[in-house]
Design a protein around this ligand. Structure first.
Ligand code: SAM
Length: 288
């Protein structure tokens, strides 16, 4: 459903929603949440692909969530600073780092729009998992990531793409997209908790690539790479790839089918025009 503005309490709502999600955040099961599983596999791939940019370096993980990327960074980076608005998720990061003996991480519960870091103090900044789309003042968050990144360093962001094939199933969103000119629009995401009998509605912002590129350019960040995630899979109705609880677990053949589509998406990730129609996008940028 299209919406006109972020709720005035967006940051509090986001914090509360993710605090409540913390206990189930790491449930990654093809029969329960295949969309999320494929998402995580893709992000893991990108983290590893960008290894030459962050190995032995200082990494900032913005909106680190439960630490799915933080732990990978900590294993090969010099130091990782992980920031998230949700205190409960930050506890999950600590629980992952400790058993692995990873002591090179600083965890900060805070807002991406006010990073408590010096200018040019980190080499690599990552904000994966549509962190940017949750933030009403996303312009300030991008400015903050650019400010703390040193010249020659890398900033990589994953965001929700305005135009994707799945819009064909959502006439209201499609209409909202068509009537919002030259930039992304606001949409509503309903998350059904696995461990609680409740749902939460969160507003998120989508971006077009030219819009994201211009925000990055304005802060001295030049795009060097771009990719798309969930391309053909966005044509599969949501109730199949993000099934409601009563449909758990998915049938084995459905899981196999979704895995095969995810493989195709993986091959298409950097092929034009396919990546332009992906549900979400990754950009990699270099700080001038
Ligand atoms: C979908 S999760 C992604 C987490 C992690 N990067 C991953 O891929 O699993 C989005 C994260 O952004 C965080 N977040 C949202 N708004 C934020 C803000 N203003 N400042 C810091 N973190 C924020 C949320 O708490 C949540 O953990």
């Amino acid at each position: 459903m299209g919406v006109n503005d972020f709720d005035a309490n967006q940051e509090k709502l986001v914090q509360k929603a993710y605090d409540l999600m913390a206990e189930e955040y790491d449930i990654l099961d093809d029969r329960i949440n295949p969309f999320y599983v494929n998402d995580c596999k893709f992000l893991d791939h990108f983290v590893q692909r960008l290894l030459p940019h962050w190995r032995g370096q200082i990494v900032l993980d913005v909106g680190c969530g439960s630490g799915l990327q933080t732990v990978q960074f900590a294993s090969r980076a010099k130091h990782v600073i992980a920031v998230d608005i949700s205190g409960e998720l930050m506890r999950k990061v600590q629980e992952k780092l400790k058993p692995q003996g990873l002591t090179n991480a600083t965890l900060i519960q805070g807002n991406a729009t006010q990073l408590p870091l010096q200018d040019s103090s980190v080499d690599f900044v990552s904000a994966y998992g549509d962190v940017i789309g949750h933030i009403p003042d996303y312009v300030r968050a991008i400015a903050e990531m650019a400010r703390v990144c040193r010249p020659g360093g890398t900033v990589t962001i994953e965001y929700d793409n305005k135009w994707h094939l799945g819009l064909l199933f959502h006439p209201a969103d499609l209409w909202n997209a068509l009537t919002t000119r030259r930039k992304g629009d606001l949409r509503r995401w309903t998350y059904e908790y696995l461990n609680h009998d409740s749902k939460v509605d969160l507003t998120y912002k989508t971006f077009t690539f030219p819009e994201m590129k211009s925000h990055l350019n304005r802060h001295g960040l030049v795009v060097t790479e771009r990719a798309g995630m969930h391309i053909l899979s966005s044509l599969i109705p949501e109730h199949i790839q993000d099934p409601p609880k009563e449909k758990h677990p998915l049938k084995a053949y459905t899981v196999k089918f979704l895995q095969a589509i995810a493989q195709c998406d993986f091959r298409l990730k950097q092929r034009s025009p396919f990546y332009r129609l992906a549900y979400s996008a990754i950009v990699v940028a270099r700080k001038l």
